[in-house]
Design a protein around this ligand. Structure first.
Ligand code: PSU
Ligand code: MN
Length: 311
């Protein structure tokens, strides 16, 4: 499982858990540096790690520090990422080799977190939302590298769906083309991050961590290359009113185009604007859904380890 990688540093507690066949959950760092303001980002990242431990798994927050691919960060490193924020380069697949060669820092997106998790031998990854096909992609070709990574890297990504800043229908079409199963946890509908519903159907509904583990085990046993996308709806009590969130998204999208924002800046810009326009409410919802995903990921990782041990 573990591959020889001179650029990879697996944190000792993570390495030990992996060696003993114990559950580990990967976490991304772009959500810390680019997805939330300081100090809530650091507080959230540390709470997520605690929740994962409470649910029986070892957390491995993933990042690039000084050109090293880190599978597992210390508290100090999480604090460093949270403070430095958007001054850290958002690192996608295309950035990894340059960062390693130059000894630089990078905040890992869903794409690079999946890559580094896989290099370290970690199968389950929890986050908030994934990137996808942007609205207007038929002319801009703005499609997140996250979708390509899901197509080629065997890691299960547990998220709360994708934000409606994206074209969710096209995102599902793209995932279908790429052979990525989209699973609803306790739901038949694709959740849209702040809301539990989107009006779009997922491929499968699953109701327990054991079922998720069984599906992922089958995917691996079949030698399928890609990942699986689990969409876990935000708990009802933290969901946002649809009108509020849609109004903020429409305004953020309009500003994005009038200000000529492009490339990898688009997603962080939209996320930050939606958060500002909805006041603290969307940040509070965002934090809660990440906690919810972390708990499910830890329980799924535990079920996956039990299943691997039985085989
Ligand atoms: N969507 C969110 N929150 C996030 C991101 C997306 O709701 O924090 C981040 C993730 O790191 C994701 C990345 O992998 O943005 C996608 O960026 P892009 O659209 O540039 O591929
Ligand atoms: Mn993009």
């Amino acid at each position: 499982m573990m591959i020889d990688n001179t650029y990879l540093d697996v944190k000792p507690d993570v390495a030990q858990a992996l060696a003993e066949g114990k559950p580990v959950v990967a976490l991304e760092s772009t959500i810390i540096s680019h997805g939330m303001p300081y100090p809530q980002n650091v507080q959230t990242a540390l709470n997520v790690e605690r929740i994962i431990r409470e649910n029986g798994a070892v957390p491995a927050t993933i990042a690039v520090i000084g050109g090293r691919l880190k599978a597992g960060l210390t508290e100090e490193e999480i604090e460093y990422f949270g403070k430095k924020g958007t001054a850290i380069r958002k690192a996608s697949r295309r950035d990894l080799a340059m960062l390693c060669a130059r000894g630089e820092d990078g905040a890992t997106t869903v794409t690079t977190t999946m890559m580094i998790a896989h290099m370290a031998g970690i199968s389950i990854f929890a986050t908030g939302g994934i990137g996808g096909v942007h609205r207007g992609a038929e002319t801009t070709m703005d499609i997140s590298a996250d979708l390509e990574e899901l197509a080629q890297t065997p890691v299960m990504v547990i998220c709360a769906g994708a934000k409606a800043i994206l074209d969710l229908g096209l995102t599902l079409e793209y995932l279908e083309t790429k052979g990525v199963p989209v699973i609803g946890y306790g739901t038949e509908e694709l959740p849209a991050f702040y809301t539990r519903t989107s009006g779009l159907k997922v491929d499968y509904r699953v109701d327990s961590p054991e079922e998720l583990a069984a599906a992922f085990r089958a995917s691996k046993a079949l030698g399928l290359r890609g990942g699986m996308l689990v969409t876990n709806p935000i708990p009802q009590e933290y969901a946002m009113p649809l009108d509020t969130i849609n109004a903020a998204i429409d305004q953020a999208l309009a500003e994005c185009s009038t200000q000529g924002i492009h490339g990898k800046e688009i997603t962080p810009f939209l996320l930050a604007r939606v958060a500002e326009l909805t006041g603290g409410d969307s940040l509070a919802s965002n934090i809660r859904l990440v906690y919810n995903n972390a708990a499910l990921a830890a329980r799924t990782a535990a079920a996956f380890c039990r299943r691997e041990a039985a085989n």
